[in-house]
Write a protein that binds this ligand. Structure first.
Ligand SMILES: O=C(O)CCC(=O)C(=O)O
Ligand SMILES: [Fe+2]
Length: 408
């Protein structure tokens, strides 16, 4: 089996040792790619002047002299964090103001500023201490038990999401975002994939479509996951600032952020590592998994948003339609990855409820949490790739310790 061709669950921290060193060939080239500074087309001095950064040298324009720039930029966000107010409310206000400026006149600089601000604000929003209870489940409003739990966007409430997750493990929402907005984001994802390949060949990518985000020092190591995200058919949303802001715009304008806050009863944050823009190719096989098995203790809710028709003409999502209260056995039978669940174990977990592969239209969504057993539902005979957003929200009181936060 070609391990490199396997679809890794996004955000997966691959345990190289656990895979018996078989991934070793990936490791060196992958890590090299992760560390390689990219050529930049725009001089970031505007953003840096604006944030009153002290610069000590000019940003080089070519990849071979970009190391110094990478280091400089890397320290910049930490400097920025020091200069910004501590108050979460004040930072929220600054984000709002920038979003408003962006709405009037979108620029690449504002996208970068927003990303940096959202990351710093996310880090300041983390809390410790007890978590609130989830919203009360509203079972009455769900379709009858045994039917696929599905609602129209207009009927969606935090209580219905909670009820569906507790009863069936997931909830399908039809038309959560308008079709044209979903299709527009899919086009952007295609572009980001192309620009990333350019960047990896040493050519200059189009600004906004592929720029590797430099997080705060504390989170830098965790972004070494990039090569595996690429292998798995994804690009991290923060590495495509124009698309990241577009996606956050969808989440806020269509009330999704408020729904998630209502569900968690606390501020939800997204992450650098588990917010993925996906392009699933039919020939890449899925791998059954439960995301919680590699995220640690979290309060999570995933928004999986379809940006293509899928499940028939392009890869969909295979779901074990059941609430599981434990992690099922991994790495048996054909399941070679440490977090992968075999087909046999997935069928066993499904019991008398058949595994489903729903059909989605652009703008349809699925909400689920860290316990759902699922995989990319692909088949080499499907004629088209599928585009989707995978956006995991985490409660600010139990954010995964190894991920970098982003405020929305
Ligand atoms: O998009 C896919 O096919 C996989 C998505 C996934 O695993 C997730 O959203 O957790
Ligand atoms: Fe997943």
């Amino acid at each position: 089996m070609d391990i490199a061709a396997l679809r890794y669950p996004p955000g997966l921290r691959v345990d190289l040792a656990a895979d018996g060193g078989r991934l070793g060939h990936l490791e060196s080239s992958a890590l090299e790619t992760a560390r390689r500074p990219l050529a930049r087309t725009t001089n970031p001095s505007t953003i840096e002047r604006m944030w009153r950064f002290k610069r000590t040298s000019k940003t080089p324009q070519h990849a071979d002299s970009a190391s110094a720039a990478a280091v400089l930029e890397a320290s910049s966000i930490d400097q920025l964090a020091e200069q910004l107010p501590d108050s979460v409310d004040e930072l929220d206000r600054q984000v709002e103001e920038l979003v408003e400026r962006y709405r009037r006149q979108p620029t690449r600089e504002i996208e970068r500023q927003l990303l940096a601000l959202r990351h710093i604000l996310g880090a300041r929003s983390l809390t410790s201490g007890p978590s609130p209870a989830f919203v009360e489940p509203d079972y009455e409003s769900l379709p009858p038990e045994g039917e696929v739990p599905e609602v129209k966007a207009a009927d969606l409430t935090p209580g219905i999401i909670r009820a569906a997750i507790l009863r069936d493990g997931f909830l399908i929402v039809r038309g959560l975002v308008p079709r044209d907005e979903a299709l527009k984001l899919a086009e952007g994802i295609d572009r980001a994939f192309e620009e990333r390949e350019k960047a990896l060949r040493g050519e200059e990518p189009e600004p906004g479509y592929y720029e590797e985000f430099q997080p705060l020092e504390a989170y830098r190591e965790s972004l070494l996951v990039r090569p595996w995200i690429r292998e798995g058919g994804g690009v991290l949303a923060p590495d495509a600032p124009i698309l990241c802001e577009q996606m956050i715009g969808l989440i806020t304008r269509h009330g999704i952020r408020s729904l998630v806050e209502g569900y968690m009863q606390e501020r939800p944050l997204i992450s650098l590592q588990k917010t993925t823009l996906r392009k699933a190719e039919p020939h890449v096989p899925g791998a059954w998994h439960q995301d919680g098995s590699f995220m640690g203790e979290v309060r999570a809710l995933n928004l999986w948003l379809s940006l293509s028709r899928c499940g028939d003409e392009s890869p969909g999502l295979d779901i074990v339609p059941r609430r599981l209260d434990h992690y099922v056995e991994q790495q048996t039978d054909e399941a070679v990855l440490s977090i992968q669940v075999s087909q046999r174990v997935a069928e066993q977990a499904a019991g008398d409820r058949p595994i489903i592969r729903p059909i989605f239209e652009p703008g349809d969504a699925v909400f689920f949490d860290e316990m759902l057993l699922h995989q990319t539902g692909s088949d080499p005979s499907m004629p088209k790739p599928r585009y989707a957003v995978e956006c995991w929200f985490f409660g600010c009181s139990k954010f995964p310790t190894e991920y970098g936060p982003l405020a929305v």
